[in-house]
Design a protein around this ligand. Sequence first.
Ligand SMILES: O=C(O)CCC(=O)C(=O)O
Ligand SMILES: [Fe+2]
Length: 366
Amino acid sequence: MSSPNLSSVPVLDYSQTKSPALKPQFIKELQHALINVGFLYLSNVPIETDKLISYIPRFFSLPQNAKNKISMVNSKHFLGYSKLGAEFTKGRTDWREQFDIATPHVCRAVEGRGDPDYWSLWGPSQWPDEDLLPGFKDTMTRYLLDVQQLSYEFIGLLAEAFGLPSDALKQFYESDDLMQHRGKIVQYPQTDSESQGLGPHYDAGFLTFLLQASDHKGLQVQNLSGDWIDVPPIPNTFVVNIGRALEFATQGLARATSHRVLSPSRTDGSGPRYSVPFFQNIGLDVKLTEHVLEFPPEILKLRDARGSVSATDSVNFTEFDREPSGRVDLIGRVKSHPDVAERHYPELFKEVFPQGVPAPAQVSAY
Ligand SMILES: O=C(O)CCC(=O)C(=O)O
Ligand SMILES: [Fe+2]
């Protein structure tokens, strides 16, 4: 058994899952990575990324007014463009420009019907005019649907790694038409001093598949001893992070991945860092306390053998013990994007920020 002091991240070969002879080895490595490390690289995933990567600098080079036209502030679904400095984590400003998108979806909330506020969290993406960036929308949408498929397959593998039937976690999703998963493209500009590209945080849902789309260090994760370790890009891999909901649903077998991004330094001369995270959600109405999984005792023993794990610097998404998943997610979005929240969720905004729009240094979000 490895100690939780690991200082590097395992690389798992996804192609092994397609071979009956090699799959058991993959499942064993996955079990170890989930329980004893908390994150992993995944190689040999048959998803095309070159075209997508080529669009990223082109999107961010669009005229500012074209990007502002699809600003996230327009969207009660928190989808769209966020300019530099518009986002906060742990009360500090993140230094990144980003464009949030999601798999195609019709919002289920109906105005005036008294639907829960968090039903409005999911809905259609905004896109730049097609003639500004021909093929962009289709390429991004195709990519999200491909990773969505991977994410469902991977959750089946994860169930097997924890000694459950491969469909044991399906209960956390609703029917396809009621599900939506999100992604974004992100640009981290170079800075003069080391600064917060993105502060320490957990992701909310089940799994995050992160494509590092340029050759920069900067992504760091906290290992089970609480040490920050580098997760540099490895070509043709995804970094797979564990979200807060999965930690809760697996009773801590898989621990949520605390992670952050340091801004690329101006001295390394290699331009902005780019990344493309994909966030796998669970159903908006799912209450995790109503879905208690029964793991085999030998699996729970592996968790116990891991021993105690250190606290992390991330504290967000703590409400899964009492709120439906969608509300937990919405509270997180309000804290990260107060300008969007103030416009579209004024009541919740007031609850979260009773003093009004916070000055970054005073925000206690996350
Ligand atoms: O840009 C990255 O590498 C990480 C992004 C991330 O963690 C997030 O957006 O939640
Ligand atoms: Fe993240």
